[in-house]
Ligand binder design. Structure first.
Ligand code: GLV
Ligand code: MN
Ligand code: MN
Length: 412
């Protein structure tokens, strides 16, 4: 098979998509179901149709673009990722897997290859948790990891429900229908930037993911007592932000002392009410992200956080409520697919590193319904979720070749 990647077109498409954004370039912000996201979806659907793919969306807005195989009754082969982007993000996270997946399909078409199983490009809705507080909405529903009932309860910060938001976008089918039937896919492969520094540091051009770490997230609401910053003396205070500060450090400590460097915990959001310099904070909301390769160790960290919550609340006489948003199991990648990826690397004499994905991805949830694997390409300095995120075209091209060959192996 002679695969030729149209790298200039791929590079131009990455730039075009990056320009559909709510941030000033080079930053990219594309939050789910905002006008920028809708414009990006329409642009992408047009690219998929140009490639002759049959395109449709499910009730949560996951986009499917199918290259129909010669035996369409067989389970399909999936690839893809997401195009939503967190505030102040870069242009490669998710996009490399979507546009790289599309270019992989186009390169197979140009080579004359005819798949037996259909090959589908998937663009998952809201991989990022920005708007509704939980990541991988599309793949959670698609895999049945999240129930339609739980999804219907989701509300954004402005109080708009997921149901209303998706409805105003024309997505009316019941969320119950999003779950894919068992055996729909034979396998799923996602191309993604590493979002860490290892490939670059070790000068290895590709990573083959063997495991995806287990993520969890919490929303913590602290309620103390507000008042005048001059009038209320220190012994009389029940300052919600001071309690939050202790809790943030307890969360950091719980992760640092877990016994493994694989444990990470981040408090990425701290909202202070009323937020005036001369007013004692009466309410604080924290959003906490905890991850580990070991689910048991991650859960132990969550128990330490729970203990800290109770003791800080008692000591400072504040109320601290904790809501568990998600606590997901890790995923093991399928040896049959990682083997196909490594055989393609061997054929092209490309060195690869077997590695753990510490970021979560839609593949984590796809693994609940089909064998999955992921292919990582290096990103400069390991930077991701920031405007200077960068992956070279050479690295992307290598990833697309290996992805395309692996899709061909699975679909043959
Ligand atoms: C995905 O964006 C993650 O936070 O791992
Ligand atoms: Mn991301
Ligand atoms: Mn991503």
């Amino acid at each position: 098979m002679n695969l030729v990647i149209d790298r200039n077109r791929l590079a131009a498409e990455i730039e075009e998509l990056a320009a559909i954004s709510d941030a000033v370039a080079p930053a990219v912000t594309r939050i789910v179901f905002t006008p920028a996201d809708l414009k990006a979806r329409a642009w992408l659907i047009a690219r998929c149709k140009e490639a002759g793919l049959a395109v449709w969306q499910d009730g949560i807005g996951n986009i499917f673009a199918r290259w129909t195989g010669s035996d369409p009754g067989l389970p399909g082969v999936g690839t893809g990722s997401h195009i939503d982007a967190i505030p102040n993000a870069g242009k490669f996270d998710g996009v490399v897997g979507v546009l790289g997946g599309l270019e992989a399909i186009r390169s197979l078409q140009r080579s004359g290859f005819q798949p037996k199983s259909s090959i589908e490009l998937l663009v998952f809705t809201s991989e990022e948790p920005t708007r509704f507080g939980i990541g991988c909405l599309g793949s959670r529903l698609l895999s049945g990891t999240m129930s339609a009932e739980a999804a219907r309860k989701l509300v954004d910060k402005e109080g708009a429900s997921l149901e209303d938001v998706r409805g105003s976008f024309g997505l009316k089918e019941p969320l119950e229908d999003v779950k894919l039937p068992h055996g729909y896919y034979k396998g799923f492969v996602e191309l993604h930037i590493e979002q860490g520094p290892l490939l670059e540091q070790q000068k290895i051009p590709l990573g083959i993911v063997t495991q995806i770490a287990a993520p969890a997230s919490l929303r913590i609401s602290i309620e103390g007592s507000g008042g005048h910053a001059g009038g209320v003396l220190m012994p009389d205070r029940r300052d919600a932000l001071c309690a939050a500060a202790e809790l943030v450090l307890a969360i950091e400590n719980a992760a640092r002392t877990s016994g493994a460097v694989d444990t990470v915990a981040t408090v990425g959001i701290c909202e202070v009410f009323p937020g005036a310099v001369n007013s004692i904070p009466s309410r604080v909301q924290l959003s906490v992200d905890i991850r580990d390769t070991s689910e048991a160790r991650r859960d132990a960290v969550m128990r330490s956080i729970e203990a800290a919550r109770q003791s800080i609340a008692a000591k400072r006489q504040v109320s601290i409520r904790q809501e568990l948003l998600n606590a997901d199991a890790p995923a093991q990648c399928a040896p049959a697919i990682t083997e196909a990826l490594s055989q393609s690397c061997a054929k092209h004499e490309i060195r690869f590193l077997p590695m753990v994905s510490r970021a979560y991805h839609d593949s984590l949830f796809m693994s609940r319904i089909t064998p999955v694997a992921m292919l990582f390409i290096p990103c400069r300095n390991g930077y991701s979720h920031r405007p200077d995120e960068y992956a070279s075209l050479e690295d992307i091209e290598r990833g697309v070749v290996v992805l395309a060959e692996t899709l061909a192996t699975l679909a043959a």
